[in-house]
Ligand binder design. Structure first.
Ligand code: SAM
Ligand code: SF4
Length: 266
């Protein structure tokens, strides 16, 4: 479907959980994150139904994100269910990579095409600091497993403070070149102040070419990351919520006071 600004909306990003096994400083508070109740989170059947309704409306590209998508129980089953929806051309996951070694081959066998892995530094100590406790070796093992499983391309998401010339960003770039990974630099954003920029090496952040809708873990269809607009699929019905979101998609993002990165998925 085209929106009011002639943008073709074909990409749905689904946040499957607001839970995470890391606590990145720019994304989550350290403790007592207010989590949504399990009973409010969309079931896999509901998510598959959303995809089935979205495809005839023009969606052909799906990304699973979170929170950390790999911590949700039976995530491989969800990938399989989405892959079984006719008309889905591309299924990707954005993950912190910690559990990827265990899951990569099963995800690939279930129909996952691609993976984006978040990595802001290759220094184990800094990684531990940024993620408040993460073990970078797990991420490296996850990247290897993804490559072995044939997931391609493998992209690395690197959050930078100012620019992609920072020492950590340059080291990540070098690591990616050596390991045949694509790297995208994302400037650190703030949803509540509307501070965002164009993703260097990717497609995010450029409002005039934005082709995305987002689904939150509790079933709110959002036309824009930087907006409070949302349409509840359980209240409105899936098709009406998708159509309303596309119709209301703002020309440009402003601020989002109702979500955080760890529930909407970045
Ligand atoms: N847990 C998974 C991960 O880290 O890849 C998926 C969810 S995470 C919210 C998705 C992406 O959002 C990650 O690449 C992460 O680096 C990015 N992100 C989180 N907080 C951010 C912020 N304040 N500014 C820019 N990107 C952010
Ligand atoms: Fe978790 Fe991803 Fe947020 Fe880090 S960026 S806290 S891994 S959801």
């Amino acid at each position: 479907m085209l929106d009011l600004y002639n943008r073709k909306i074909n990409y749905l990003r689904i946040s499957v959980t607001d839970r995470c096994n890391l606590r990145c400083r720019y994304c989550m508070p350290e403790d007592e994150v207010c989590m949504v109740k399990h009973s409010e989170i969309l079931t896999y059947e509901e998510i598959q139904q959303v995809v089935a309704v979205a495809v005839p409306l023009g969606i052909d590209k799906i990304r699973l994100t979170g929170g950390e998508p790999l911590v949700r129980k039976d995530i491989v089953q969800l990938v399989r269910m989405i892959a079984n929806v006719k008309g889905v051309k591309d299924i990707a996951i954005t993950t912190n990579g910690i559990l990827l070694e265990e899951f990569a081959i099963h995800l690939a066998n279930a129909g996952l095409h691609r993976v984006n892995i978040s990595l802001d530094t290759i220094d184990p100590e800094k990684f531990y600091q940024i993620t408040r406790g993460g073990d970078i070796r797990k991420v490296f093992e996850g990247i290897e497993a993804a490559s072995f499983a044939g997931l391609s391309p493998i992209k690395v998401n690197c959050v930078v403070k100012q620019s992609s010339d920072e020492p950590d960003a340059l080291a990540v770039k070098q690591y990616c070149m050596e390991n045949r990974l694509q790297v995208r630099f994302i400037s650190q954003m703030d949803l509540s102040t509307g501070h965002f920029g164009i993703v260097d090496g990717g497609t995010g952040g450029d409002c005039s070419h934005c082709n995305r809708l987002r689904l939150t873990p509790t079933g709110k269809m959002k036309p824009c990351l930087f907006s409070d607009l949302e349409y509840d699929i359980r209240e409105m019905g899936i098709q009406k919520a998708i159509e309303a979101a596309i119709f209301a998609k703002p020309e440009k993002g402003t601020v989002n006071l109702s979500n955080c990165f760890h529930n909407i998925g970045g």
